[in-house]
Write a protein of this length. Structure first.
Length: 255
């Protein structure tokens, strides 16, 4: 990944982990397969429609998982005042995000054009500027007031959880999935669901585990891993506390 003014390019990351920082800001969006990023100690798998924003000089590690493609935009300062304002707002701090289905279609189309014309600097700059404007709009849209009945998109949150269930999921990542500041997201989530994000996430993990226990194909240890529990022991404890029986006993009773 080399430096250039607002350069967009499609890359595949190697399986070997790399770690660095650079003097320019960078935007990464998953196109195909999965890659792993760790930004200042916050790790996350980036799949199709997922992405991350890296301000200049941000330490980060990355590696690819099997076949993968990412869209990378290397961004430096611009002489266009309106675009520079968008850049400063977008790259205030490192973050992960998830794109809407409509935006993902546009991203895939831009990626295809870049693959067809990888050495066209005008196309690369135009794609980069388009992506900056789209993300700035998504990640900083003004929030509706509570008087207007502000509500979270639980369908989008549930989709994000399902997509990343095997991994650790932070409140910041859930907030990013609906393009919202973490503190505001937390308050609105509790107001809307009556649960904290962590409580809700645990219930989702346990519900998925219950479904997998019905199937004979997975061991209890495998189910614990698939549902994002740190160990079989922690899974058994959480399952027993929530359903008042152990995973093994539930499986025997069901069958």
């Amino acid at each position: 990944m080399h430096q250039a003014n607002n350069l967009a390019q499609v890359l595949s990351l190697p399986s070997q982990a790399h770690h660095h920082s650079h003097s320019y800001a960078q935007m990464v969006i998953g196109l195909h397969g999965k890659t792993e990023f760790d930004i200042q100690g916050r790790g996350q798998a980036v799949g199709p429609g997922d992405g991350c924003l890296l301000p200049a000089s941000t330490e980060h590690a990355f590696n690819g998982l099997a076949n993968n493609q990412i869209l990378v935009v290397n961004v430096v300062a611009t002489t266009q005042p309106s675009l520079q304002d968008k850049l400063e707002h977008l790259f205030r701090h490192p973050s992960y995000f998830q794109l809407s289905q409509q935006t993902q279609l546009l991203i895939r189309a831009l990626g295809q054009e870049l693959l067809l014309q990888p050495h066209d600097p005008l196309l690369a700059e135009s794609c980069a500027n388009t992506l900056v404007c789209i993300l700035k709009k998504h990640l900083s849209s003004p929030l509706p007031s509570k008087r207007q009945g502000e509500r979270l998109s639980m369908a989008r949150i549930d989709s994000y959880i399902q997509h990343h269930l095997q991994h650790k999921i932070s409140v910041a990542q859930l907030a990013g999935s609906v393009f919202m500041a973490e503190s505001h997201f937390y308050a609105l989530f509790r107001q809307q669901t009556g649960l904290s994000p962590h409580q809700y996430l645990l219930i989702k993990r346990l519900e998925q585990a219950k479904q997998l226990l019905i199937e004979p194909h997975f061991s209890i240890q495998q189910i614990a891993q698939l549902c994002g529990f740190a160990s079989q022991s922690s899974f058994t404890t959480a399952f027993n506390r929530h359903f008042s029986l152990t995973p093994a006993r539930f499986r025997r009773q069901f069958h």
